[in-house]
Write a protein that binds this ligand. Structure first.
Ligand code: NAD
Length: 349
């Protein structure tokens, strides 16, 4: 219903539409990054998306997004290890979402220097650029892995940091730099600490795509590591919404803080496999593969999130149950065009 303009209401000529806000995203071509790009565009932002330079001219998962999303995305090839490339990305942005990282734990045992260069020095480059170019908001990405095995549950942001892998240590290094830039220079950074995220486009290095991908490829005997650890799994669209929430909340509510994002639910890897088998109507036999088992002191045995502070600061809450999110992820992997992008026979490190 429209309200007719009354004689007492002055007629207004509609001015030009407000210019869309520009968000810069590192790690934009990756799993969570590509979901965040979609969420930002849906919320009316233009996105400057850093894609790690590569010789294949691959834009990663961004290539699979609909044209109407890509129309709002400017791809910038670059590398967070290179300060010039980061400066070019963030210049003029209203918010920077820094997701680029090396993320695989097993590969961090093999190539720890590259984790420090990407996750620590890369974060330092982003902080320097945001500081000097006076960008009003930086969202830095942490991980629940920095907590190590839960000493108390659910895990609040006051839980001690215990880095049990070079990956976790490198992420915690980036987090500490972010804290120090806020304390030393007033850099307007908020650190989002997501717990395990899953969904379409996730790499098969993670447990849910490993199980679903192998089953979708027709296998019924699947190889996994330790079945005992428990995790709190958040659907990718919900994690993307958490990024958007902290990126757009009033500064006073979030800047200078670290905020957990997770559901508060907990499931063991073994029970997760059984649930996925049920949802895919498949009898699953699990074979434990020794090379997938982490060294005992490095395995994080339990993670359960308390996201109460994020909820209080921004109103964020996950919108998908584990069953709903898994059903959507299964649908994605059952599409042959999607499955063809994965190497289901390999142990993806
Ligand atoms: N997936 C999870 O469960 C989870 C949980 C908590 C936190 N995180 C964090 O979320 C972020 C995104 O993770 P993801 O799961 O989407 O992983 P991903 O590997 O799909 O995305 C990481 C992206 O960073 C890019 N990248 C790596 N090195 C780079 C460099 N030197 N320069 C520029 N780009 C580079 C990669 O190309 C990739 O697209 C990471 O910071 C990760 O630590 C992930």
């Amino acid at each position: 219903m429209t309200t007719p303009a009354s004689a007492t209401t002055p007629a207004t000529t509609p001015g030009p539409a407000p210019a869309p806000r520009t968000a810069a995203v590192t790690g934009a071509e990756g799993f969570i990054g590509s979901h965040l790009v979609e969420a930002l565009v849906a919320a009316g932002h233009r996105v400057r998306a850093m894609v790690q330079y590569n010789s294949f001219s691959s834009f990663g998962w961004l290539e699979t997004l609909p044209k109407e999303v890509l129309d709002e995305v400017e791809v910038v090839l670059g590398d967070v290890r290179d300060p010039g490339s980061v400066n070019g990305l963030v210049r003029g942005a209203e918010a920077v979402y820094h997701l680029a990282a090396l993320i695989a734990i097993p590969y961090s045992y093999r190539a720890p220097h590259s984790y420090v260069e990407t996750n620590v020095t890369g974060t330092l480059n982003v902080l320097e650029a945001v500081r000097h170019l006076e960008i009003p908001r930086l969202v830095h990405t942490s991980t629940s892995e920095t907590y190590g095995t839960a000493r108390t549950v659910p895990i609040t942001e006051d839980h001690p940091i215990n880095t049990q892998s070079p990956y976790a240590a490198s992420k915690a290094g980036g987090d500490r730099l972010a804290d120090s830039y806020h304390a030393s220079f007033g850099t307007p950074v908020v650190t989002l600490r997501p717990f395990n995220t899953y969904g379409p486009r996730q790499s098969m290095r993670a447990v849910i795509p490993t199980v679903i991908g192998q089953l979708a490829a027709g296998k019924r005997t699947i190889t996994l590591g330790d079945l005992r650890p428990t995790r709190d799994f958040t659907y990718a669209e919900d994690t993307a919404a958490a990024f958007l929430a902290v990126g757009t909340a009033p500064a006073g509510a979030v800047v200078g803080r670290t905020l957990n994002a997770g559901t508060g639910g907990e499931i063991s890897v073994g029970d997760l496999v059984a649930l996925i088998g049920k949802l895919m109507d498949a009898e699953v036999e699990v074979v434990q593969d020794e090379k997938r088992v982490r060294p005992a002191d490095s395995e994080v045995m339990r993670l359960v999130c308390d996201a109460g502070r994020l909820r209080a600061a921004t109103g964020w809450a996950p919108a998908h149950s584990l069953e709903e999110g898994l059903a959507r992820t299964i649908e994605f992997f059952r599409d042959p065009a999607n499955l063809a992008r994965y190497k289901t026979d390999l142990y993806n490190v």
